[in-house]
Each structure stands twice: as C-alpha cells, then as structure tokens.
Design a protein around this ligand. Structure first.
Ligand code: ASP
Length: 309
C-alpha cells in the first residue's frame, strides 16, 4: 500500500521478435519511454492529477514517431491515417473518446476535449474535428504523421495479403500507446491512443477508444489501458472484465489482470497486453506475446522500462 503516486505507460504490444531487434533500436525505445515517464512523473510529483499525468504522457507518446499513435501512426489499406483515442477519469467515470480522426496533432487531447466540452462520450468525423477547433487544439498536415517505416509496413502487408502469405507478426500489424496513473489523492485515470492496425479497412475502429474494452478507469477498482488485437479485446471487453472481477468477485488487480490476459485472451487468440493500476498504486503490466514497450514509476522508487521479459 502506498500513499504516493504511481504511473505506468505502454508503447504497444507490437514489438519486433527479439531476434530482429537491434541493441540500438531497443535503446531508443528505452530512452523514449524514460523521457515520457519523467513527463508524467513531474506532474504527479507536483501534486498534479492522474488525469493531467495520463494526458501529458500519452501526448508525448503520440509525438514520438517510434510508436503507433499520432506522429508515426500506421496506415489504413488506402494509405490514409485514422486515429482512435480515449481518456477516462476514475473519480467520476467521465470519459471522452474519438474514432477514425485525422488532423489533430494529439488525438488524446481531443478525447479529453470531448469529455470536458461536450455532453457526449464518443465522437467521430467532422463533429469531432469541430470540437478540436473549438478547443484550440493544434492540427497537422498529413506529412507530419508520415513515417517511412510505417509506409513500408503497409506495402509489405498489402503484398503479403495479395500473395496469401500474411502472417500474424504483431510488429508489422499493430501497436498503440497508453498511460494509467494514480495521483497522491488516490484518484485514477487512463488514456489510450492508436493508429490502429496496419492495412485496416478504412472506417475500422479498434478497442482503444471503446470505454470498457481498451480504456477504463474507476477509483473503486482500477485504471486500464490495453494494446493488442483490437477485435479480440472488444469481444472480451477486456478493461471492464478486470474491473468486474475486482468489483464482484473480490479479486486483486494482479489476479484479475493475469486471468484476463493469460487465460481469457490467450484462449481466444487475442494477442497483446495491458497496463493497470489500482487505488493502492499497485501496477501490473501483463502481456501474452513477445513483449510490450512499457515503463512504470511509483513515488519514492526508481522508474523502470522494459521491452521483453
Ligand atoms: N488495439 C489496437 C487496435 O486494435 C492496436 C494495438 O494495440 O496494437 O486498434
């Protein structure tokens, strides 16, 4: 039990198999995760809210082209970007989400604007972009979001689809970013942002912006941000399943999260993982694939980042 703050972040479960990872690239991931952890930690250490910490951490992850969200998002099969994001406040279960958007530099900030400036939870299309403009959020041209690596992944995926040789290598297909936090007042928050799956159909929405699937927060139980095969995560209603196990079955965060990821998702071919924190500041980061870009810090303890086991 800690009275201090806790923060966990992820940069997605779409990691390259260890054999394909160079030490240089792995070091770049660790550096990026450490930098983002510090941004969130500084807010929490200055008595900031969990909501502000996850907003800032996810914004920084979106700005980092190494990860599939914001700048560096993957492409749809039509070569466009469509981004999904959500945020949830554990104090009140207020939530905001956007799906299939392109233009705003930080989709998570638009999700927060939906939560704070409208009566709605989820918005899409022109209406969502209008909220971004009203909130004065920054917009970027397509070129800002482009990265050669994601473009090459799209071409490779389309070629493999055409040849009928597509495998399920998660490093080519997906990735996502997210953060969960507990602030010094014991309040929880979660946020998630993604470009989705490489070569997804235009109009496809994943689990990340679906409250209860990829994102969830309630002070009474936990805050969760997920990453992985979005369709499986939606079918298993992953984040809310963890909440329900804690709420109704009295399970610990560790037991609930482990069951949902290692047993439930694995049995249903759902590859991926999640980060979660509870009211006591316990942090869990289970995954059932090769690895997950992740990091965490608790007040008074050193921060740590990891990619594989
Ligand atoms: N869950 C995301 C989606 O389905 C992708 C990912 O996390 O890798 O859009």
């Amino acid at each position: 039990m800690t009275k201090g703050f806790a923060l966990a972040i992820h940069g997605g479960a779409g990691v390259a198999p260890r054999t394909q990872m160079t030490s240089q690239r792995e070091a770049a991931y660790h550096a990026a995760l450490s930098r983002v952890l510090r941004i969130g930690e500084d807010i929490l250490a200055a008595d900031g809210t969990a909501l502000d910490a996850v907003t800032a951490a996810v914004s920084a992850l979106e700005d980092e082209p190494l990860f599939n969200a914001g700048r560096g998002a993957v492409f749809t099969r039509d070569g466009t970007h469509e981004m999904d994001a959500a945020i949830m406040d554990g104090r009140s279960r207020r939530a905001g989400a956007v799906a299939g958007i392109a233009g705003p530099r930080n989709p998570v900030q638009l999700a927060r604007a939906v939560m704070e400036r409208t009566d709605h939870v989820m918005m899409i299309g022109e209406g969502a972009l209008a909220v971004a403009r009203e909130a004065g959020l920054a917009f970027e041209e397509n070129a800002y979001f482009f990265t050669q690596e994601r473009w090459d992944s799209l071409q490779e995926t389309l070629r493999m689809q055409a040849e009928g040789t597509l495998d399920d290598d998660p490093s080519r297909r997906h990735g996502t970013v997210g953060a969960v936090a507990r602030d010094r007042n014991g309040n929880l928050a979660a946020a998630t942002s993604t470009g989705g799956m490489t070569a997804k159909r235009t109009g496809r929405v994943g689990d990340s912006p679906i409250i209860g699937a990829g994102t969830f927060a309630d002070n009474a139980t936990c805050a969760v941000s997920a990453t992985g095969d979005g369709e499986a995560f939606m079918r298993r209603v992953v984040a809310h399943e963890i909440d329900a196990r804690m709420r109704h079955a009295g399970q610990s965060l560790v037991a609930a999260a482990r069951h949902v990821v290692q047993t439930d998702l694995t049995a249903h071919q759902g590859s991926g993982g999640l980060i979660a924190v509870n009211h006591d500041g316990d942090v869990v980061m289970p995954y059932n694939c090769d690895g997950m870009y992740r990091g965490s810090v608790r007040e008074g303890e050193p921060a740590h980042t990891a990619v594989y086991d």
